[in-house]
Design a protein around this ligand. Structure first.
Ligand code: LLP
Length: 438
């Protein structure tokens, strides 16, 4: 297989003598026979490797640092347990993600609760669980958390999310560090300073730190460098006047390689840039070094995951196009339709076939926009062949739906030739489990 593809497939990927894709020691043809398709397959060792890499690249450069897994990329009890095993904290954004963390006894102090509109119930549940930090996004939330902490006779740790006005140069639907965003307190409008001074007067809140997140995925270093330096400069007078900043987070957003055309920076480059900007600006403004918290999501799980589909209908329009339909699509991966995201495509049972043709790979959903790959150069496909989309581990299952009332795929974890279900395939009964009917 071409090296360019191996760089975006799970780390221990090989090809069998009969041209089958082997992930985590498992032949995907056998996985499809055992578990059916569509199927999400996660290579455990890739997740573990990325968790260790992030910890090493940051702690080697800045010992007082912590990696928080951004669970919105994909979370379930098995992934949460892997996070604990590798000493990662977790960035949650809902009561549901808290429930998954609690289901594996995630250490409460390592849970950071994000989100621009946390409900009263979610905040109460999180305070009950004893979570480490809230990251507050608005004056409304400052008051809500303060009130509920008071009801619990607690002083609750909070960080404030700022919007530094820096563009991460990513998709407009995933850019969050600019002025015109629903997220965070704007430095430009003066809200950020007001919020910091206000929280410091709240009896049941302890303002431990400051957070921002520029967007996702970010391929450039400059946005992180600029944002860190400008935020530390903004904070310096407030810290000089009594704000004891113990935590600082530049969020996540680290890019991954979806296609062989656009390779992401190494994690070491992000770590070098972030640590350099933080240490230099703390020295420049004579600020004590805070604990550094980074929040990778995609870059921990994306490469570990592949989406495995079976080819069904094939439609040829002479002289125009061949449509290859698979048994999944926008219901399990909305990203191509939502962000025009590009993926490589592999015919996982024909890796030794050289005769190729350009086709359009489409899903089974009743939407013209349900296109997984508009133009893919593939070995000639037949019904029953297996198609894999690499780099599908992030924001695939986590954004999945039951549109057209299609059950969500099963998810298996593979390691050393063994496979185990970490989420069973949904059934039709699952689709109706919440419906009330006579
Ligand atoms: N921290 C915060 C506060 C975030 O909002 C996010 C992602 C992350 C960390 C993790 O970003 P990551 O390292 O996963 O890029 N659905 C989009 C991605 C939305 C990301 C939302 N926030 C997609 O499919 O590309």
């Amino acid at each position: 297989m071409e090296p360019k593809l191996l760089n975006i497939l799970p780390m221990e990927t090989t090809v069998s003598s009969d041209g089958h894709l082997i992930v985590g020691g498992c032949d995907v043809v056998e996985l499809s026979a055992k578990y059916g398709t569509p199927l999400y397959v996660y290579d455990e060792s890739t997740i573990r490797t990325m968790a260790e890499l992030f910890t090493k690249e940051f702690s080697d450069r800045y010992s007082n640092s912590r990696i928080l897994y951004a669970s919105k990329a994909y979370i379930n009890p098995s992934i949460a347990k892997l996070s604990i095993e590798h000493g990662l904290g977790i960035d949650i954004v809902s009561g549901g993600e808290l429930a998954v963390a609690a289901s594996v006894d995630f250490p409460a102090e390592d849970i950071f609760f994000h989100g621009n509109n946390k409900s009263r119930t979610e905040v109460a549940e999180a305070i009950d669980y004893g979570i480490g930090q809230f990251v507050a996004d608005s004056f409304y939330e400052i008051d809500l958390i303060n009130e509920l902490a008071s009801n619990h006779n607690k002083v609750q740790n909070v960080m404030l999310r700022l919007s530094p006005g820096i563009d991460g140069h990513t998709h407009k639907k995933t850019t969050t560090g600019i002025l015109d965003t629903k997220f965070g307190f704007s430095i430009e409008t003066g809200d950020a300073e007001k919020a910091i001074k206000y929280v410091l007067t709240c009896k049941n809140l302890d303002l431990t730190g400051i957070h921002f997140h520029l967007g996702s995925p970010i391929f450039e270093m400059e946005p992180y460098d600029l944002a860190i330096r400008s935020v530390i400069e903004f904070l310096s007078p407030l810290i000089k006047n009594g704000f004891n900043m113990r935590d600082f987070s530049p969020g996540g957003g680290f890019a991954v390689g979806y296609t062989s055309e656009k390779s992401p920076p190494n994690i070491s480059e992000y770590a070098k840039t972030i640590v350099k900007a933080l240490t230099e600006s703390c020295e420049q403004f004579d600020i004590p070094y805070p604990r550094l918290l980074v929040e990778p999501g995609r870059s921990i799980v994306a490469r570990a995951g592949i989406a495995l589909y079976k080819v069904g209908a094939i439609k040829e329009i002479p002289g125009l196009r061949k449509y290859v339909s698979v048994d999944g699509g926008m219901g399990d991966n909305i990203r191509p339709a939502l962000y025009d995201s590009k993926y490589e495509v592999i015919v996982a049972n024909k890796l030794n076939v050289t005769d190729t043709e350009v086709v359009r790979v489409v899903g089974k959903y009743c939407e013209t926009g349900d296109i997984l790959a508009p133009s893919a150069d593939l070995p000639r496909c037949n019904t029953g062949d297996l198609i894999v989309l690499p780099t599908s581990g992030a924001y695939g299952m986590s954004m999945s739906s039951n549109y057209n009332l299609n059950p969500r795929p099963a998810v298996v974890m593979v390691s050393n030739g063994n496979s185990r279900i970490i989420r069973r395939r949904e059934t039709y009964a699952d689709l109706m489990r919440c419906d009330e009917f006579e």
